[in-house]
Design a protein around this ligand. Structure first.
Ligand code: SAM
Length: 233
């Protein structure tokens, strides 16, 4: 969203625009190892945060799906409404997007949504217990096309290993992108991860993400690249 439309979205969501939108604390997706310390809303800040307590975050024990780069949260909110028995965590580095998405979830009465302003890559690398996720969604991640910026991409071999480990056996990692080169790189990395199985197209069936970017790109007639990987048992 451009700044004026972001301002309008904030006002519509009943939120105070701030003079300058604060960026999430900590480095943004710069491929720094070890990743920055990442905390969920309400968590005590400690020097050595352990695995995130997702049941405490949602106030119940239910399957949890994570979306990295929630943006306007079109996917997250629709999916949470469609599946009230599951919990949906959005990770979004832009503070205003995260605030708007959480306010929309509250206005819609969706108690199974949490949107945290954090770096989703660092969160997956550092805070998820093994087999704690029932789905992971990465839709239209920033492509970082310049070679010198590739290290900023969300998907690299370390992320693939951590994401696979965080998923329960059989749970799906779904990715979509309009950017052919960046998607090809993601596809190669995820397909090389030993804990993941690439679902052939015939097994995927037709699917769409329903995100704002996908809606926009489909209207423009741009090709969308999509893939699904399942965590092996
Ligand atoms: C191109 S937009 C796509 C938004 C949404 N997924 C969609 O398809 O409409 C990418 C989004 O990812 C967010 N983002 C980029 N890197 C991120 C990271 N490491 N963790 C969380 N969010 C990230 C950006 O702020 C932006 O909102």
């Amino acid at each position: 969203m451009s700044r004026p439309s972001l301002r309008r979205a904030l006002v519509r969501a009943g939120l105070e625009p701030v003079a300058k939108a604060p960026r999430a604390k900590g480095p943004r997706n710069r491929g720094i190892v070890p990743p920055p310390r990442i905390f969920l809303p309400g968590e005590p800040v400690s020097s050595e945060p352990g695995p995130a307590d997702l049941a405490a975050l949602f106030g119940r024990s239910a399957p949890v799906e994570l979306e990295i780069g929630t943006g306007r949260a079109r996917f997250l909110l629709a999916e949470a409404a469609r599946q009230p028995g599951r919990d949906f965590l959005g990770a979004e580095v832009e503070a205003d997007y995260a605030r708007i998405a959480q306010a929309r979830a509250s206005a819609l009465g969706l108690s199974n949504v949490r949107v945290a302003c954090l770096d989703g890559k660092a969160f997956v690398l550092s805070r998820l217990a093994e087999a704690s996720l029932d789905g992971l969604h990465l839709y239209f991640p920033d492509p970082w096309p310049k070679k010198k910026h590739h290290k900023r991409r969300v998907v690299d071999p370390e992320f693939a290993a951590a994401a696979a480990r965080a998923l329960r056996a059989g749970a799906l990692l779904k990715v979509a992108s309009d950017h052919a080169d960046s998607f090809a790189a993601i596809e190669a990395i995820l397909s090389a991860e030993p804990l993941l199985r690439t679902l052939p197209e015939a097994e995927q069936g037709p699917w769409t993400t329903g995100t704002s970017y996908e809606v926009k790109f489909l209207a423009q007639g741009r090709p969308i690249h999509k893939g699904i990987w399942a965590r092996l048992g």
